[in-house]
Design a protein around this ligand. Structure first.
Ligand code: UGA
Length: 430
């Protein structure tokens, strides 16, 4: 199939590359001239395992190309995915300016039937509004369909998630649109759920909000465990064995970050309120998450006392492992709090150093984990990178000044770290 992707950010580029790897002919459009030039030169603007290879292969096979011209995809593609940003506004609602702009541009160029699909995460009723916008600006009588096809890819495992999805959701209003989707996704071995557009839009917001709620539940639970001396991992294991609860996304830590959960929970809360529904549980999810960074800092202060003049080694800056994404990373909250209390920070991240360098003031960016630990009174684990599992922790102890280790991701095994000589603390584990 000929596929147009509008917006070559994370979702657009991954989606475009994955469809092209299935043999489709994909054109990715972006209005950022520099980004398109760089993509054409083979540079991927973010780290995602396997993506660079996939893009290089598809470009070489002429199945994937990049352009700034939206007109070069409309009327040439049977299906166009809108994958532009929907950033948060100050009131929590989603900013749909880019979606609207693209809808108008599509409308002005549209001459023959096209299926226009919203893949960006948008509030319920956006599809209806996109349809009306295109209808208003397009020439009279041009046939088109608007549909919703939310994406459920996770950063860091996006290619695997695309190839082996748990489900594919399409929100459509016509049999023609459904048929195009069935052709596109026919080869995927996943349940295809066909709904109306509004339900598809809600599935995305509700799924992300529910997952975020599980994490905040685990984090609040971890605080109870800390007080009473129980082990949150055992508690969530016991809960998760009940298939009605499930064991995923119950990992306590320093709170969720990234470009999706914080933004989507706020946007869902906002749209519910606007529709007159109080969904306050979502406000609490965000509050617990906000407090979790502070909770971790207080833990450190309780053990280390005054932080004035102390050096702390931070391992991991990205919002999670296998990505260089710094958006809403817990490190962005935790490091400034520690600095405010007088601590000096030496930080290391395997992938996010370049992106992080402009986001912090007064942080020493170390060349490796051992360099970060040099002279530090304590080591803080803020991202669960695999390479941190395999560190030579005895060497860390030798180069560090103190033996405190604060594991914000519950990734290390407490008794092993204590045996190694650390004064080890994590979240909700004795
Ligand atoms: C999330 C969803 O998982 C995807 O299904 C969705 O497509 C995507 O948002 C999106 O809307 O585009 P992502 O933000 O890449 O994916 O990352 P997750 O793996 O979901 O992790 C989000 C945050 O939660 C991270 O900061 C992670 O460290 C944290 N987390 C996750 C926990 O603190 N505990 C857990 O048990 C799981």
């Amino acid at each position: 199939m000929k596929i147009g992707i509008i917006g070559s950010g994370y979702v657009g580029l991954v989606t475009g590359a994955c469809f092209s790897s299935l043999g489709h002919s994909v054109t990715c459009v972006d209005n950022d001239t520099e980004k398109v030039r760089s993509l054409k030169a083979g540079h991927i603007p973010f780290y995602e395992p396997g993506l660079h290879e996939m893009v290089t292969e598809s470009v070489a096979a002429k199945r994937l190309s990049f352009t700034t011209e939206i007109s070069s995809v409309i009327n040439f593609c049977e299906i166009i995915f809108i994958c532009v940003h929907t950033p948060p506004q100050s009131d929590g609602g989603a900013d749909l300016t880019y979606v609207e702009k693209v809808a108008k541009q599509i409308a002005t160029h549209l001459k023959k039937y096209c299926l226009i699909v919203d893949k960006s995460t948008v509030p319920v009723e956006t599809g209806e509004w996109v349809y009306k916008t295109i209808k208003r600006y397009a020439r009279k009588g041009v046939p088109f369909d608007v549909a919703s096809n939310p994406e459920f890819l996770r950063e860091g495992s996006a290619i695997r998630d695309f190839r082996m999805p748990d489900r594919i959701v399409i929100g459509v209003t016509s049999a023609r649109a459904e048929k195009i989707f069935r052709n596109l996704y026919g080869i995927m071995k996943a349940p295809l759920l066909v709904t109306d557009i509004k339900s598809a839009e809600l599935i995305k917001h509700a799924s992300n909000s529910f997952l975020a709620m599980k994490i905040s539940f685990a984090n609040a639970l971890a605080r109870v465990c800390d007080v009473v001396g129980a082990d949150v991992e055992k508690v969530t294991l016991g809960m998760g064995l009940d298939p009605r609860i499930g064991n995923q996304f119950l990992r306590a830590g320093i709170g969720f970050g990234g470009s999706c959960f914080p933004k989507d929970v706020s946007a869902f809360l906002y749209i519910a309120k606007r529709k007159g529904v109080s969904f306050d549980i979502l406000a609490e999810v965000l509050k617990i998450n906000d407090d979790q960074a502070e909770y971790f800092v207080q833990k450190i202060q309780k053990k280390l006392g005054k932080l004035e003049g102390k050096t702390l080694a931070v391992m991991g800056l990205a919002f999670k492992s296998d990505t260089d994404d710094m958006r809403c990373a817990p490190s962005l909250k935790i490091i400034p709090m520690l600095q405010k209390a007088g601590a000096k920070i030496r930080a290391y991240d395997p992938q996010a150093m370049v992106k992080a360098s402009g986001l912090f003031k007064g942080v020493h960016f170390a060349k490796d984990p051992y360099d970060a630990a040099r002279g530090a009174h304590a080591v803080l684990l803020l991202t669960e990178w695999k390479e941190f599992f395999n560190l030579d922790w005895k060497k860390i102890l030798r180069v560090a000044k103190g033996n405190f280790l604060f594991d914000g991701r519950n990734m290390l095994i407490p008794h092993e770290m204590r045996k190694c000589g650390f004064h080890y603390s994590s979240i909700g584990r004795p």
